[in-house]
Design a binder for this molecule. Sequence first.
Ligand SMILES: Cc1cc2nc3c(=O)[nH]c(=O)nc-3n(C[C@H](O)[C@H](O)[C@H](O)COP(=O)(O)OP(=O)(O)OC[C@H]3O[C@@H](n4cnc5c(N)ncnc54)[C@H](O)[C@@H]3O)c2cc1C
Length: 405
Amino acid sequence: MTTSATIKRDLRTGRSLWADSAGLGVPIKPLTQALSVDVAVVGAGISGAFMAHELSRDHSVAVLDRRRPLMGSTLASTAMLQWEIDLPLTELAERIGTAKARRAWLRSFDAVQALEKIVTDEGIRCGLARKRSLYLAGDAYGRRALEAETVARAAIGLDSRWLKAADLRDQFGVDRTGAILSTGSLSGDPAQMAAGLLRRAEKNGAKIWSPVEVEEALVDPDGVTLVTDAGVPVRAERVVFCCGYEFPKGVPTPGASVASSWAVASKSRTPCPSWLKDMLVWEASDPYLYMRMGRDGRLIVGGEDEASATAHEDPDKLKRKCRALVEKLETLLPGVEFEADYAWAAAFGESVTGLPQIGPVDPDGRIHAVMGVGGNGITYSVIASQIVAGALRGRPDPDADLYRV
Ligand SMILES: Cc1cc2nc3c(=O)[nH]c(=O)nc-3n(C[C@H](O)[C@H](O)[C@H](O)COP(=O)(O)OP(=O)(O)OC[C@H]3O[C@@H](n4cnc5c(N)ncnc54)[C@H](O)[C@@H]3O)c2cc1C
């Protein structure tokens, strides 16, 4: 292992790269009077933003957040907007059956294309870029497993092809036993995306109330009363909890758990192989390493996940993890000189199947929740907005069963 990881003395530790993005302004108001709306969305991160954007087309919407918008895990996201689910199709098929696993993978593919359409149609400036992806054989899934995975994907029409070790070395200079090369993914700035969606929702009439903590949700036959720390209630016909990894009190979260994840970004205009500009790279290892370029020539590298909900709060660990990520990167791509500029860490949700939980959590369908969104969290934020909107419009989504809470 090389030890050349360069950590600048003024490294912005604990500060996400996106915290310094332009265009993050979202109009907010303090809650001082009782409200009554069709739908209350709790959480103003990327999930709440997609939800509010979709629902505000035909509902009155209040978005409530205990912090300023975008201050949850959305700000920490590395925003590789992939249709490739963390759990391979072959593995997911073993856990939930082939037919369901195929639906889940195809639905993810459609969601990434839907995300591109929404962002493009709305003219949201968030550096959205089309990307290929390179999934490297690793210690969790090796050459044989990934070859089988390529065949399983091809059988349902997903554009993935197998690269042998020699091809991988020749085309990309990467020394692994093989990789899956796919098309159809994206990347972007998650904070700008969420801010843009919230501003569009606001144009549709939604209001964003912040800071307001939702303490309790009381259901009755006519709707839901949200008890808030503002001392005034919010009355809604339906409530959607989009609280990321801060699971709402009283809402069951079977199978969902919270881990910690780390990320680091290099200085802008870091010299990198040209193929990396349009590629998302990730590996089939545990813990895994992943990387992509940002639009200003920064290399963004993440991984080193740990099964602890609090490890991400440790500043010394942040420096160690940052070094480990850079060293792994330099081993994988010798010749890339990575000078770390930003390093940050955050909580990260996981579920047993890698699929999130989306759906009603009370018998009358008054309260919906979006939980356990993991490595494909932003793709799932789109799916969640589609499923919840379908339920509220009386047009149940045919894939809702895949994500039932
Ligand atoms: C390091 C890291 C890298 C990641 N990389 C990727 C990636 O490459 N691709 C990808 O798709 N996903 C990735 N993810 C996952 C993705 O970022 C998340 O799935 C996504 O940010 C979740 O968004 P959210 O809106 O659901 O949650 P959040 O952004 O956490 O927003 C939840 C909001 O709810 C508010 N809230 C919570 N409880 C209450 C309450 N009781 N009252 C009022 N407000 C409340 C919080 O203040 C917060 O603002 C990554 C995550 C991390 C941490």
